[in-house]
Design a protein around this ligand. Structure first.
Ligand code: FAD
Length: 400
């Protein structure tokens, strides 16, 4: 019969892989397993917080993939048996595969930050996994209800985590809302790091657009939050200081999604080491792991990288199923746009390859970079438009 590719996770990596597989290798039988019938993207979720996008505008269904011949199954994968090349669904069925692509995303580590568990996230939302959008809606409502002159606190984790510029775009988009509706409010951003993505550009923009509103506290100035108390609405930092916040957005430490860990694919840090050419897990043949779940520094955990690497993983799977060598010398791309204000976008670009000894990834010298600092209003305006165009094109490349 037909060679069977099963894809787990219908997000950035998985939807891209399923669609690309059907379009490029029509001889493949492609099944996509994803519990949700609507996928709410994390990208542009920060604009929902700002009130400039609605949740419906960033929600996507799977009919486009069905129309392309993908067999879409809405269920959870409960377990994988790599030796038998099959997986078990929560609904009870068993699904056999010849090759498996896993793109299950991240798990929030409920054990990593004292005081922060699933119940706590109903008071201090994370809004960091796509879900049904309930967390984003909750955080949006809290920001809208912030008392006049109130304090929004953010707790930002150490590396590695999903979307390196994401927390700082979020700070910006919350500030954009507050500037209009609650101009005396403050944002206190506590960080477990001393530096962050596009830092100079973000901080320049904050000074320009939101003077006096945002205070970013690095780890070296006691920014690392080590305990939270949702009942008392407090964050406690490493050196024991307690900070009162009216709204708390806690982005906890993360790992690969549970299914990847339970299948025995992850390292001690909770992420999945992979071959940089094929994305096959180091711990299992026949299982390719893409997206945020894998270990791929210096590439960031971004939707763009998940989409770009999905194509090489699919091409590798197709070649291996035909007994051929996977495509050599791939190039992987990333662009992360961030909105920092209305008509104000910035970006970072990276071009990556497997390194020659196959041990990991390297950034291509003299490629990529960040937007220039300084006064460039026309470029900022254009980059906000490019970001919108990027969102339209990547979601079409996933679901269209
Ligand atoms: P996901 O997209 O999370 O998809 C994983 C899917 O797997 C989920 O739908 C889940 O339901 C499913 N799944 C998990 N376990 C199972 C199971 N056992 N069985 C079946 N299905 C399962 N990236 C960018 O490139 N640009 C941006 O501007 C950007 N902005 C961001 C802003 C924010 C606020 C955040 C939080 C992230 C942002 N990102 C951005 C990062 C981007 O969202 C992630 O990198 C991307 O979603 C990773 O894709 P993935 O396929 O690994 O995981």
């Amino acid at each position: 019969g037909q060679a069977r590719l099963v894809v787990v996770g219908g997000g950035f990596g998985g939807a891209s892989a399923a669609r690309f597989a059907r379009m490029t290798y029509p001889w493949l039988d492609v099944t996509l397993i994803e519990p949700k019938t609507r996928f709410v993207t994390c990208p542009y979720g920060n604009l929902v917080l700002a009130g400039t996008r609605r949740l419906e505008q960033i929600s996507h269904g799977y009919d486009g993939l069905r129309a392309r011949g993908v067999n879409v199954v809405h269920d959870w994968v409960a377990g994988i048996d790599p030796a038998a090349r099959s997986l078990r669904l929560r609904g009870g069925a068993t699904v056999a595969y010849d090759r498996l692509i896993l793109s299950p995303g991240i798990a929030l580590r409920w054990d990593a930050l004292p005081g922060y568990d699933e119940a706590a996230s109903e008071i201090f939302p994370h809004a960091w996994v796509p879900g049904e959008g309930a967390q984003t809606t909750l955080l949006r409502r809290q920001i809208e209800a912030l008392p006049e002159g109130g304090v929004v606190g953010l707790a930002i984790p150490d590396n590695p985590f999903r979307c390196p510029p994401g927390p700082y775009e979020r700070i910006s988009m919350i500030a954009a809302h507050l500037k209009r509706h609650n101009p005396r409010a403050k944002i206190l951003a506590f960080d477990a790091k001393n530096a962050f993505s596009k830092q100079g550009l973000f901080q320049d923009a904050w000074g320009e657009l939101y003077p006096g509103m945002i205070e970013w506290v690095p780890a070296s100035q006691d920014g690392r939050i080590t305990r939270v108390d949702p009942g008392a609405r407090e964050f406690e930092s490493e050196f024991g200081t307690r900070h009162k916040v009216d709204v708390g957005n806690v982005i906890p430490p993360q790992s690969a999604a549970r299914i990847a860990i339970e299948a025995g694919l992850a390292n001690a840090g909770g992420w999945v080491p992979v071959d940089p050419l094929t994305f096959e897990a180091r711990q299992a043949t026949g299982i390719h792991v893409i997206g945020d779940a894998n270990v791929a520094p210096p590439m960031p955990k971004s939707g763009y990288v998940a989409n770009s690497t999905a194509k090489q993983a699919v091409a590798s799977v197709a070649a291996l199923l035909r007994g051929e060598a996977p495509p050599a010398a791939p190039v992987y791309f990333n662009t992360c746009y961030s909105h920092v204000g209305e008509d104000y976008g910035i970006s970072v670009v990276g071009v990556f390859r497997p390194n020659p000894d196959g041990s990991g990834f390297v950034e291509t010298p003299q490629s990529g970079g960040v937007s220039p600092r300084g006064n460039h209003p026309e470029q900022r305006r254009l980059e906000a438009l490019y970001a919108d165009a990027w969102y339209a094109s990547i979601t079409r490349d996933m679901f269209g």
